[in-house]
Design a protein around this ligand. Structure first.
Ligand code: G1P
Length: 270
């Protein structure tokens, strides 16, 4: 099963990403899929059989939830045949995106924010008229998991980027400002990415493309105000599950009581 389909409470991770984009004003989504990931696309399709069944049985709440998913946005898909990296994934959306600014949303990073994270980036984009990356301060022992920026502060958590480096060692990292999985980019990135070579790991990095683009135009960063979970690792996924469950009025109370009791019982075991 694609990891994007793992649910946080009762919605697959990918749905959080699509809902964030839609709440940010995005109307057309291009999903980059791969072999074995069709469940991710099917999830957003109209399911006539299920709708009829729910309607016949009078399950109107569930019916509304199912209809909500398929009505979220116009959805196009493009398949990434080989795992050639994020830069390549962006590159192959070129024909569908066309000559307009666009947002890149990495499903693994689930961000709870108001305004939504992509909207925060678009708001800065509107002011600076240039590409904007989402960043977050991370502990120095974690910088090696991210793209990291060297940047000049412009105030209010915004920056003009001086340089950026993909997954640096702690010693090489120019700062603790890590790129998290949201970008608002301009179509000139496509031409640049087409010329980026694979790195040592065989991937085409979006960070390398952005570094190249930086020679041609200013690029900005925005410290997103909100709570981010990296659901791409076990602990992050579990934290996100608990976080979103505790935000749901229908399960929050009993779940908190259960967790307190469990922690008491397990005291000393973990
Ligand atoms: C990608 C990017 C990296 C960024 C990260 C955010 O890395 O290459 O620059 O910091 O997403 O989640 P990945 O997590 O795909 O290895």
């Amino acid at each position: 099963m694609p990891k994007e389909m793992l649910p946080l409470v009762d919605k697959p991770i990918i749905q959080y990403a699509v809902e964030e984009a839609v709440a940010s004003g995005i109307e057309q989504i291009v999903m980059v899929t791969a072999r074995g990931k069709t469940a991710m696309v099917d999830h957003f399709d109209v399911d006539v059989e299920l709708e009829t069944l729910l309607e016949d049985r009078g399950k109107l709440e569930q019916l509304a939830a199912v209809r909500h998913v398929s009505a979220l946005a116009r959805l196009g898909t493009v398949r990434q045949g080989r795992p050639l990296g994020l830069g390549h994934a962006v590159c192959i959306t070129r024909d569908l995106v066309g000559e307009q600014p666009f947002a890149v949303v990495l499903g693994d990073d689930v961000i709870d924010a108001e305004p939504p994270a992509v909207r925060q980036l678009i708001d800065l984009f509107d002011r600076v008229q240039g590409p904007v990356l989402a960043v977050e301060r991370v502990p120095m022992d974690q910088v090696g998991r991210y793209g990291v920026i060297d940047a000049e502060p412009l105030g209010d958590g915004t920056y003009r980027i001086r340089d950026l480096v993909e997954k640096p060692s702690r010693d090489e990292a120019p700062s603790d400002l890590a790129i998290i999985g949201r970008y608002v980019l301009t179509p000139d990135i496509f031409e640049v990415l087409a010329g980026v070579r694979e790195d040592r790991t065989g991937e085409i990095q979006l960070t390398s493309g952005l570094r190249e683009l930086l020679r041609q135009r200013p690029i900005f960063a925005c410290e997103v105000q909100g709570t981010r979970h990296d659901t791409g690792n076990k602990l992050g996924f579990l934290k996100a599950t608990v976080y979103y469950a505790l935000k749901r009025p229908d399960v929050c109370g009993p779940l908190a009581a259960y967790m307190r009791r469990l922690l008491d019982e397990m005291d000393g075991h973990c």
